[in-house]
Design a protein around this ligand. Structure first.
Ligand code: MYA
Length: 223
């Protein structure tokens, strides 16, 4: 039997604890179905190849001929994937919590080391396709990482599904590419549906960025 990751364990208890919450079709849906078989055992490898492709695109100076060749090959692949398009709730992207960044290609690949009511500890690496300038990560990509992992801490800390009301990021030092960084997010305080969160991003001892945000616990049915 394969070992469960910290996020899988937490997600299982989160799903059990929120089972009594009224069923609703809003937000990110607390009654999500954890099905790690979707996309098959090689789905993670597939996502990693897509990420590598984005790195290569960002780094390439292709000839006109190579651009034409890649367009033709991509058209074939896009047509194949278009045939199996499905709604967001059943697509493995974003729901494969056994994979880096839940198999979501638009998130920087992170691995969750610990996740619970006390907060989330994750390792993440920005890479070529996250480049802002001069070998540093794009500030928007840093904000994406904070939004997702603060959203996760907000969900676990409030035992509900939250949406970002505001997110303030302070950039303290250059965030390097191709370097394993540590992101920590946690609930600072709660006032009713208002969940105030904080987060930090470190490269070793260096604080690259920190964030504070307000996430609102969604009401049943709220989009
Ligand atoms: C283990 C696995 C677990 C699952 C993991 C899943 C991870 C997924 C993570 C994904 C994460 C990705 C996450 C994403 O990216 S979510 C996507 C980005 N966010 C949005 O699209 C949200 C858009 N906005 C809205 O939907 C609504 O405005 C919300 C829902 C936010 C509030 O509208 P709602 O009608 O519900 O509430 P309300 O207006 O009565 O306000 C309520 C209270 O809040 C106060 N307030 C509101 N806004 C602000 C503000 N800007 N500054 C200061 N205060 C503000 C307000 O004054 C009031 O306070 P009070 O008067 O009561 O004192």
């Amino acid at each position: 039997m394969t070992q469960k990751s910290p996020l899988q364990k937490t997600a299982t208890s989160f799903a059990e604890e929120s089972a009594d919450e009224p069923h609703h079709e809003g937000g990110f849906r607390p009654d999500f179905d954890i099905d790690l078989t979707r996309g098959g055992p090689r789905y993670g490898e597939f996502i990693e190849e897509v990420r590598t492709f984005m790195d290569r695109v960002k780094a390439a100076l292709p000839s006109e001929e190579l651009v034409a060749e890649v367009i033709d090959e991509l058209k074939v692949l896009n047509a194949k994937l278009d045939e199996v398009a499905i709604d967001e709730w059943r697509a493995p992207s974003g729901g494969r919590i056994d994979l880096p960044a839940r198999g979501n290609i638009t998130l920087p690949p992170y691995e969750v080391d610990d996740a619970g009511e006390e907060g989330v500890h994750a390792r993440l690496t920005f890479r070529r396709y996250h480049l802002g300038g001069n070998n540093a990560a794009h500030g928007g990509q840093v904000a994406v990482a904070f939004d997702d992992l603060m959203g996760m801490a907000g969900a676990l800390g409030s035992k509900g599904i939250t949406r970002t009301a505001y997110l303030t990021v302070n950039y303290r030092a250059i965030t390097p590419l191709d370097t394993e960084l540590k992101l920590r997010s946690w609930v600072d305080r709660m006032e009713g549906r208002k969940v105030f969160l904080r987060a930090t991003l470190h490269n070793g001892e260096t604080l690259c960025a920190e964030a504070d945000g307000l996430f609102i616990k969604l009401k049943p049915g709220q989009p």
